[in-house]
Design a binder for this molecule. Structure first.
Ligand SMILES: Cc1ncc(COP(=O)(O)O)c(C=O)c1O
Length: 436
């Protein structure tokens, strides 16, 4: 696969040694320094994506806010960058909230999502003073009303409503259809019941409505359908006292995993969301709520590149050639989980012509541990370094210790400098919580 800059971090290039260079750093030098497998994140790409979202949305809708969806990948260094760029944060667990708070991220810029937040998580969120709790169930309403004591209420909340719009992505990452564990459905009457309950609640102040269709969404039209469906549904509640102060059509914006399937620009997403929001707000008699979007994948996805070393090579003539790497489903479960597709380049011989079709397999004890099936690459030898772009989102964040393999380290590169933002896990780290 020839090197194609459009799916690698912004300033990636090939140097005179024919090595891949990310964020001004020679990938082969990074492997010598930090080992393999390795994840590399480019700070310039990360910051530039943050800025693009903030600028494109605020240019078209002045009262808008961008929350980084931490589930895509969170660690203290990322939290600091996102904070410096003026984004808020969407968290979905006590763990994500703890990392954000311990990194100094302002609680007043944090929204707490999730379809089954525990009593302890809600207690923690209230204690640190998150900005909004995005309610997903009647169970959560009861927990909150039970937990909120007088000095802590009213708590600002939003509710998540499912618009029953299909964004045409993988079923496992489709979240806004009727048959979903997320959100209050309109069709069952639950969304109406939840709104009426909250409008009367003394302890919970319903400041806004949220929906999230799924991810990654390569089409623009589902956003318009979602906005229209939700605002039309909400309109009759205005006379029942609904004061829509915030409106959030979620995240889900796609990134380029394959160089022949690039996503719409951030501007296009911003246009369709802001135009449809303005249109239906005005047509249906709403005021001017703050508009919130929650990109995760599209902030960190392109910034991250996974680096592996080739080990065993097994050729089955006429069938398939397996090239095994030193990582796999433990650091990136997406191909096994969603049949996600990736491209790769050989970082130590980046410009060589593609010669043979191989399958890049992982080192985990599962036949399904395949990172890329049937990809045309230059001839590979043991010891070659493989780089898989667009690996920044939902790879390290979904990593596991399957087969008790330690999770890889993460290096942050920035215009020629590099530093680890996560160390390689050790065998001792993995045994830390075990008891004999
Ligand atoms: C409520 C909510 N907001 C935002 C996101 C972020 O999605 P993405 O990373 O695709 O932008 C998700 C992802 O599942 C989500 O559930």
């Amino acid at each position: 696969m020839a090197f194609n800059n459009s799916i690698f971090p912004i300033a990636s290039e090939v140097n005179s040694s024919d090595h891949l260079v990310i964020g001004g750093c020679d990938v082969i030098n990074l492997v010598e320094e930090f080992g393999s497998p390795l994840y590399i994140y480019d700070e310039v790409t990360l910051r530039s994506m943050c800025r693009e979202f903030v600028t494109e949305f605020s240019d078209l809708y002045s009262d808008s806010g961008v929350l980084y969806a931490a589930k895509a990948f969170l660690n203290p260094a990322i939290a600091n960058i996102v904070n410096e760029e003026g984004l808020g944060m969407d968290v979905v667990s006590g763990g994500e909230l703890a990392v954000a708070i311990n990194s100094g991220f302002p609680a007043g810029s944090i929204y707490f999502h999730g379809n089954n937040k525990t009593r302890e998580e809600l207690e923690y969120a209230i204690e640190v003073g998150v900005s909004r709790i995005v309610i997903d169930s009647f169970h959560e309403i009861s927990l909150l009303e039970d937990l909120l004591v007088s000095e802590k209420y009213p708590q600002d909340v939003m509710i998540r409503i499912s618009p029953n719009v299909d964004p045409h992505t993988h079923i496992a990452t489709t979240t806004g259809i009727l048959d979903s564990k997320f959100g209050f459905a309109i069709e069952t009457g639950d969304a109406a019941k939840a709104i009426r309950h909250l409008l009367k609640s003394e302890k919970l102040d319903l400041v806004g409505i949220h929906f999230h269709l799924g991810s990654p969404i390569f089409e623009l039209e589902p956003y318009e359908s979602g906005v229209e469906t939700i605002l039309r549904f909400l309109q009759p509640f205005i006379k029942e006292g609904l004061d829509l102060r915030e409106f959030s059509p979620g995240g889900g914006f796609a990134i380029g995993y394959l160089s022949n399937k690039l996503p719409p620009s951030v501007k296009s997403y911003a246009q369709v969301i802001t135009e449809s929001t303005k249109k239906y707000l005005s047509e249906l008699g709403f005021g001017s709520p703050r508009l919130i979007v929650e990109p995760g994948r599209s902030i960190v996805g392109r910034a991250g590149v996974a680096i592996y070393t080739v080990g065993a090579i097994k050729d089955i003539p006429g069938v398939r050639k397996y090239v095994s790497l030193d990582g796999g489903m433990g650091d990136n479960i997406r191909p096994a989980l969603y049949d996600a597709q990736y491209e790769a380049v050989i970082a130590n011989k980046t410009s060589l012509d593609n010669e043979e079709i191989v399958t890049l397999a992982g080192k985990y004890c599962e036949s399904g541990d395949i990172l890329i099936r049937d990809i045309k690459l230059p001839k590979l030898d043991s010891g070659d370094i493989v780089a898989i772009p667009a690996s920044g989102a939902y790879a390290p964040s979904m990593a596991s210790n399957y087969n008790l393999n330690p999770r890889p380290p993460i290096a942050l590169v920035n215009e020629g400098s590099s530093r680890l933002i996560r160390e390689r896990e050790t065998y001792q780290d993995m045994m830390k919580t075990d008891i004999t």
